[in-house]
Design a protein around this ligand. Structure first.
Ligand SMILES: Cc1ncc(COP(=O)(O)O)c(C=O)c1O
Length: 434
């Protein structure tokens, strides 16, 4: 394979708008050719520990044999079908997914990406309530379509034209950088009070829903503090509005439980799933209750895309659920998370640059600062660490409002040796800057 020629062609013919292009432009980065488990290989056959799980979609491990086999068989049976009528894998997946909830989330709609599942959630919330106002946390990320960009303040980029109307930012409870002291149980209550005060003034009697990630991922690996989502839901119920949880990054075992809503003791009215739901293939779901679905559909509602509920994607989703349950992905996430956390806390003892270590299971973050007292964000240093680790064979991402949070998403199949190796690569990169 003449990679130099391919790269040159890519430079001429690809539209380069990739994430992290300010840190390592894709044109200068590795060209991936194959992967297995927790490792991905470039055109020079260099292995990288993939602590980004691809784009977080390969959390089961790259090319999981169970998913590969199911898809191989499905490709010979039914790849695509009209989305006007049901297909068998779609029906099986809807029933199977409903069994995974201990909340009345009984109805699903299958689409392709995290963004389109969130668009569907907003549409259904608006139709079900007959209202238009949508609240979202000011550090959230829900996708890059126009609708989801409007509620993704973590990725606000100027120059894209006006966002959709009737969306309102509310303060995210970010303990490490909270404007109110993050001390004691319920420290976040003033922030939630401000959120509802804003929403009551900005869209009185017109709030349809608030959308939230149970653990804000791209916005900086920020955990919703205990009690916050429950209180948010109670406030929404008082106002006749819905709670949408975007579990793209937190659901299906990633944090150590099947779904993050279970840990917060709060059942959402609408939930969205994507990322590793298809075991590496594109499929997402918007899931809701009988009541919300009924109310949303009452006035007639058409929704879907050419590839909605594609049999091959639903087949991948079914295999992926099998793997998650049979291999007990939540238990694996807990074990990986505990070992990684231990390594990170050791590094925090040694390197003052590590201001905070947080997250859970297979979604963890390390926030770099120039000074632990002032918490001045170490953005450039984070980028240098990222570049060094990439060179040394470790993939992750640098995120957060200041770009100074190193985010690690190892797949469920990551071994203890791989965790320690990744921590060693990170340690060397930090030591060069100490
Ligand atoms: C929480 C969350 N929701 C939605 C999305 C958008 O998903 P997609 O890129 O599949 O549209 C992302 C992507 O990173 C995400 O992190």
């Amino acid at each position: 394979m003449d990679i130099a020629a391919l790269r040159a062609a890519g430079a001429r013919h690809l539209i380069q708008s990739e994430l992290l292009s300010d840190v390592v432009p894709a044109i200068d980065g590795p060209v991936f050719v194959r992967a297995a488990g927790a490792e991905i290989f470039d055109a020079d056959d260099r292995a990288y520990l993939d602590f980004n799980s691809g784009q977080m979609c390969s959390a089961l491990g790259h090319n999981h044999p169970r998913v590969t086999e199911a898809v191989r068989e499905g490709l010979g049976t039914l790849t695509h079908a009209s989305s006007v009528y049901f297909n068998a894998p779609q029906l099986r997946l809807a029933a199977r997914l409903a069994e995974t909830f201990d909340a009345p989330l009984s109805r699903s709609l299958f689409i392709q990406s995290g963004a389109d599942s969130n668009e569907a959630a907003l549409l259904f919330a608006r139709r079900a309530t007959g209202r238009t106002g949508i609240g979202a946390l000011h550090l959230s990320f829900h996708g890059y379509t126009d609708v989801t960009r409007a509620i993704s303040f973590a990725a606000a980029t100027p120059g894209n034209g006006p966002a959709i109307p009737e969306v309102f930012a509310i303060p995210a409870p970010y303990a490490y950088r909270s404007p109110v002291p993050a001390e004691g149980e319920g420290w976040w209550r003033p922030l939630l009070a401000i959120a509802f005060d804003l929403l009551d003034r900005e869209c009185p009697d017109n709030l349809a829903a608030v959308i939230a990630e149970p653990l804000i991922s791209a916005g900086g690996v920020i955990e919703m503090p205990p009690g916050y989502l429950k209180a948010l839901k109670a406030g929404l119920e008082e106002r006749g509005a819905l709670l949408i949880l975007d579990e793209a990054q937190t659901g299906l075992g990633k944090l150590g439980s099947m779904y993050a809503y279970q840990e917060h003791g709060v059942a959402p009215d609408i939930m969205t799933l994507s990322k590793h739901f298809g075991g590496g293939l594109p499929i997402s779901a918007m899931v809701t209750t009988d009541a919300v679905a009924e109310r949303a559909l009452a006035g007639g509602l058409t929704f879907g895309h050419s590839h909605s509920s594609d049999p091959i994607a639903c087949t991948a989703g079914l295999a992926s659920l099998d793997v998650i349950e049979e291999e007990d992905a939540p238990a694996k996430a807990r074990a990986i998370g505990a070992r990684w956390r231990e390594r990170m806390e050791e590094l925090q003892q040694r390197f003052p640059m590590i201001g905070d270590v947080r997250g859970r299971g297979c979604l963890q973050g390390v926030e770099l600062v120039r000074d632990r007292a002032t918490k001045e964000p170490a953005r450039e240093e984070a980028q240098e660490v990222y570049r060094d680790c990439l060179k040394d064979g470790l993939l992750f991402s640098a995120r957060g409002q200041h770009g100074n949070v190193l985010r690690f998403v190892p797949p469920f199949c990551t071994s203890g040796e791989q965790i320690d190796r990744a921590a060693g690569i990170l340690e060397r990169a930090l030591a060069r800057r100490a």
